[in-house]
Ligand binder design. Structure first.
Ligand code: SAH
Length: 372
């Protein structure tokens, strides 16, 4: 961090968007106002998209003034948006300290999904993932996670509604659980975003001790990045496997009472040619998953310059999924979205030409600073 950035860090006030409803109510009551004022603030921020306290016209002026002095309302700044031929939009967002993250908006026929990031970079160094190659800078705050949603919503047309949120962008959500939990509370609270919990999915590479605490937050869906059927292969693809190996991961899921047929776990399986795409792999999977209510999402590897892996041929992909079908496993093949703009799974690495040049020169402007 530059001297400038650490000064900005030190002078920062808490952001109003770091608080879910209970926190907003408490910050009102602690200052002598009734709790419902907290609900009104949430309505302004999340239903009316207010960007200043002054806009909150049904709140008493002294309350607006007090909150304005103590709390920050600044947002992540949109640095660039890239539009894919298939309608996918990738946003590059800048934080107060110059950090850059990405969020991907995926409009489909019957839903609009936003894929959000939870960390700047990622500490897990999965060998096939572009974000892993970036290294890890820091956790995002709740406000920064929520800003991705607010900014994405502004890109939608009047008829479009953001219907689904997936925590599958940069970072490992379960290594940033406090901020992620508070964001989930805001997303699912009818007084804030009001998104049904089953339309929120959090993906993890398998940070086992944090799975139960995550599922306690709300009845959301859990996704688990599996990618291999032996520890030997998974150790290489997902180094976290050395700490939490396949058997321990699957046993944790098997014992988890909140995972059931109504709320199955989604296993992500990125298929890489010659690595994890054999018929033996496909035959091992059903046995491994026995006793766990689950669906498998097969994702052909999205190639990128930081990894030596490639997707298998269509034939091999079909053979793999057919084998799973035959064994009665519920399997879907994830369609490729946004590959032409590096917005597909595992391609998030701030690879926007102009920005790459900027960060090389270490002159990242403090674009997210707002003092109003
Ligand atoms: N750290 C969490 C959240 C990231 S989710 C997790 O690992 O689950 C991103 C998903 O994209 C993960 O399932 C990841 O394994 C997958 N992925 C990463 N790189 C990919 C690539 N190059 N091609 C296809 N999928 C990839």
């Amino acid at each position: 961090m530059t001297a400038d950035a650490s000064l900005r860090h030190a002078l920062r006030r808490p952001n109003l968007k770091d608080y879910a409803l209970p926190g907003l109510r408490e910050l009102c009551t602690r200052r002598g106002w009734p709790a419902y004022r907290g609900d009104q603030i949430a309505t302004w921020l999340y239903k009316n998209d207010a960007n200043s306290m002054q806009a909150m016209s049904n709140l008493p002026a002294d309350l607006r003034g007090a909150i304005e002095v103590e709390f920050d309302l600044s947002t992540l700044e949109v640095v660039t948006t890239q539009h894919s031929k298939d309608g996918t939009i990738k946003m590059l967002l800048g934080a107060f300290d110059g950090a850059r993250i990405e969020a991907v908006l995926i409009p489909e026929e019957r839903r609009v999904t936003l894929c959000v990031s939870t960390q700047v970079g990622c500490p897990l160094t999965c060998s096939f993932c572009a974000t892993g190659a970036l290294g890890f800078s820091r956790n995002l705050t709740t406000a920064e996670i929520i800003d991705q949603v607010l900014q994405a919503r502004r890109l939608l047309g009047p008829e479009e509604m953001l219907s689904n949120i997936v925590f599958m962008g940069m970072g490992e959500p379960l290594l940033n659980l406090p901020a992620v939990s508070e964001a989930i509370r805001l997303l699912t609270d009818p007084k804030a975003f009001g998104i049904a919990p089953r339309r929120v999915t959090v993906s993890t590479a398998g940070v086992l001790p944090q799975i139960a605490p995550l599922l306690e937050v709300a009845p959301i869906h859990l996704a688990v990045s599996l990618h291999a059927t032996t520890n030997e292969v998974r150790d290489v693809l997902v180094p976290l496997n050395k700490r939490f190996p396949i058997e321990a991961l699957l046993e944790t899921l098997r014992q988890e009472p909140r995972i059931n047929r109504r709320r199955p776990v989604f296993f992500e399986y990125t298929l890489m040619e010659g690595i994890n795409d054999s018929v033996e792999d496909a035959r091992r999977l059903p046995g491994l998953l026995e006793g766990i209510a689950s669906k498998i999402n097969v994702i052909p590897m999205n190639p990128h310059p930081d990894a030596p892996y490639r997707p298998p041929s269509g034939e091999v992909i079909d053979r793999f999924t057919a084998e799973l079908h035959r064994a009665g496993v519920r399997v879907t093949l994830r369609r490729d979205r946004g590959r032409d703009i590096d917005a597909a799974c595992g391609q998030l690495a701030n690879r926007t030409p102009a920005v790459a040049a900027e960060s090389e020169a270490e002159t990242v402007a403090p674009t997210a600073i707002r003092t109003d």
